[in-house]
Design a protein. Structure first.
Length: 339
């Protein structure tokens, strides 16, 4: 195999102005035959924030932080950026890499877990981009899942502790920690290790706080027809249930995400916090890892696992360093829904 000569950061992508919103949502749902009026309703979430998703800016910030990390510690490789659903699109990025003479890239995908939507679909999109670019398109090797890497878990634990510290000291011991992740169809969950990896990540965070704290794993951002079963409970339904049992102090931890993008800003900071306020609950939301220096260093570690074949593969907990299993990994459910 040729030596790695570049790094490709792959993200979901998001609109950057109001005119982008509907075309972006068409890209997200391509092949699903979802009418524009339904997409327009979802688009109102983005328009509430000026029609600009923060996810592209967050990708830029991560790339800038990673570039400084690589400049100081290596490997000295150029970084490219391509999205699944909005500019810069993967195909255009691979064309640029081909023109620059890049032949073999390590890809960091901004998703920590195994599932069709969070792993295999990214690999399929990269393969499709390679096919479109054609002869001499760069080879791309995706890094492994990083849900249990210490550089992901430890910043999440610190962020959770900061949220807990917002409560009076005599209350902290009874605060409920509620971990959230993007819901996916049950059929998709049944073909992956998504749930078990989320459970492991949440438990690892709690271990680094006060192990006696009560905690739950719930879901958010459900989409698709109501007759299709998805992972539950939903965060807002769960807040109702907690309130009914007298649990009024909650920290929400978006363990399923690495940055505060639209699903965090709308589904948590808007819908969930409004729900909590209506119930008279005290809710704090922990930050995602974003560009925490330890997380950026973890991204470098994941890249180095491929660039330096003897690099240490760090993982906490019982599941070990989880590697994508190729064609056997996270197959598409019979009726997958873009998330």
């Amino acid at each position: 195999m040729e030596a790695f000569d570049s790094i490709l950061v792959v993200s979901f992508g998001g609109p950057e102005k109001p005119d982008d919103v509907l075309p972006f949502l068409r890209n997200v749902t391509r092949g699903k035959d979802i009418p524009d009026d339904r997409l327009a309703a979802v688009g109102e979430h983005y328009l509430r924030f000026g029609g600009r998703s923060p996810i592209n800016d967050q990708a830029r910030e991560l790339i800038a932080a990673l570039a400084l990390e690589l400049e100081e510690h290596g490997p000295q490789l150029p970084i490219y950026w391509g999205n699944r659903n909005w500019n810069p699109m993967l195909t255009d990025t691979l064309r640029t890499m081909k023109a620059d003479g890049r032949r073999n890239a390590v890809a960091f995908v901004t998703s920590a877990y195994s599932s069709y939507s969070s792993c295999r679909q990214y690999r399929e999109d990269m393969a499709q981009a390679q096919e479109i670019v054609g002869v001499d398109a760069p080879q791309v090797t995706k890094v492994r899942q990083f849900f249990n890497h210490p550089g992901f878990i430890e910043p999440m634990a610190r962020n959770t502790q900061r949220a807990l510290d917002c409560f009076p000291e005599d209350v902290r011991g009874r605060v409920r920690v509620v971990f959230t992740a993007h819901s996916i169809p049950i059929s998709m969950a049944n073909t992956s290790r998504y749930e078990s990896q989320l459970q492991e990540a949440a438990a690892l965070v709690i271990e680094r706080l006060t192990p006696s704290l009560d905690w739950d794993l719930v879901y958010q951002s459900r989409s698709g027809p109501p007759q299709t079963p998805w992972l539950a409970p939903d965060i807002c339904d769960h807040l109702d249930a907690l309130n009914a049992t007298g649990s009024h102090d909650v920290v929400i931890v978006p363990i399923g995400f690495i940055s505060d993008h639209m699903e965090v800003l709308y589904d948590l900071d808007t819908e969930a916090l409004e729900k909590g306020a209506a119930l008279g609950m005290h809710i704090e939301r922990a930050s995602t890892v974003g560009t925490d220096p330890q997380f950026v260093s973890a991204v470098r570690d994941l890249i180095n696992e491929h660039v330096e074949m003897n690099a240490m593969r760090m993982a906490l907990g019982d599941l070990g360093p989880v590697t994508c299993l190729g064609e056997a990994c996270c197959p598409a459910p019979r009726a997958s829904v873009a998330t």
